[in-house]
Design a protein around this ligand. Sequence first.
Ligand code: ADP
Length: 403
Amino acid sequence: MLLTYYITKIYTSIEIVVESMLAIATTMIILAYFVSNGIKNLGEAKRAAELEKLKTESIITHLADGLVMLGKDCKVMLVNPMAEKLLGVSEKNVLGIDPRKKAEKQNLNSFHKALHWCLSEKEMENGKTIKEEIKLDYPIKRILDVRTSPVRDTTGKLLGFVKTLHNVTREKELDDIKSDFISIASHQLKTPLAIMNWDLELLLKNRGKKQKLLNDITASNKEMIQIVSDLLDVSRIEQGRAKLKIRPASMKMVVENAVKKLLQFADKKNIKLTTDLPSKDMTQMIDPEAIELVLHNLLDNALKYTQGHGMVKVTLKYTPKERPKYIEVTVEDNGIGIPKLDQKKLFTKFYRGKNIKEMNVKGTGLGLFIVKNIVDLHQGSITIQSEERKGSKFNVKIPLKTH
Ligand code: ADP
């Protein structure tokens, strides 16, 4: 019992056990065992202590969080494998180093940044754990929740500090996504909601042309449905929940469906929407709904960003001609084009070109982000050729899988 008591007392928590302390602890356990029980079996006591040491070492090694032990002088005594990974260091290179001193080498920057302070015995008197959030750039961009606690011996004397490093990058990213989502959603929905409200008030007061007001309300409502649907797609993509339902489908039919749904819009804008499709139909492994969304977004953009009397053309072909390996779909327009500088940012979330401002075309800046993600999920690629005031050509290339 007493042996267990001493073990528990010395190894107060898994986190605060370090190699050097284990050596002292081992001796103390053995001594305590002998003093209290007068037991002669030295081998048995030693084995019990060694077993306990092994257990603790194994826990520290396999801990899902980083753990760094610092002495009273703030010099590193232990770095577990997860801390090595998070800070981009190897334990053997940092043992005995005081992280408060400035980094000499570039790759020690994160190590110094994450472990940048220690307190004196007096300052640590209340024994509280101190929590901070640290942003690192090396070895990759990460946000760590670092907690520092004092480590004391059984008499309460300060032995050093333990710092636990918890990777909170993903949680923080999701927080940012959520706030982006809320701010964009409310911002984007505000205008169509205000228009609907205004039109409804006029209808109630029996003012204005009923048919026109109802048309406006329907248009605003459609716009809101589009915004919500885009935002939900983006949220699914960003949370890694976007999964494809790959099955045999006709790419030709997918293109035809997407075109059919936009013919009326093209007509209304006086734009000639044409197709160039292979005569032979064949099935391939794709997610037809997702690919239709890709085509819908590309075609919708081509029509939106082309002024009246323009031309939009969709081409589908299998390349190379002799032994097809890819499905290639091209959406081409002779619209306002995309400035060279904008082309790099085109597939990022919420990005809208500067040249479309005066066109007063509604949009969320999410369409191409969704397109790119769906194409990526199909292991495909998307490229663009565009010149301002001349037009744009989007080319989607997906590996051809027939089963
Ligand atoms: P949006 O809802 O604004 O259309 P997208 O992500 O679909 O969002 O497109 C991002 C931006 O790319 C658009 O705002 C526009 O500036 C530009 N863009 C996309 N397609 C075209 C095109 N065919 N012609 C000209 N500009 C385009």
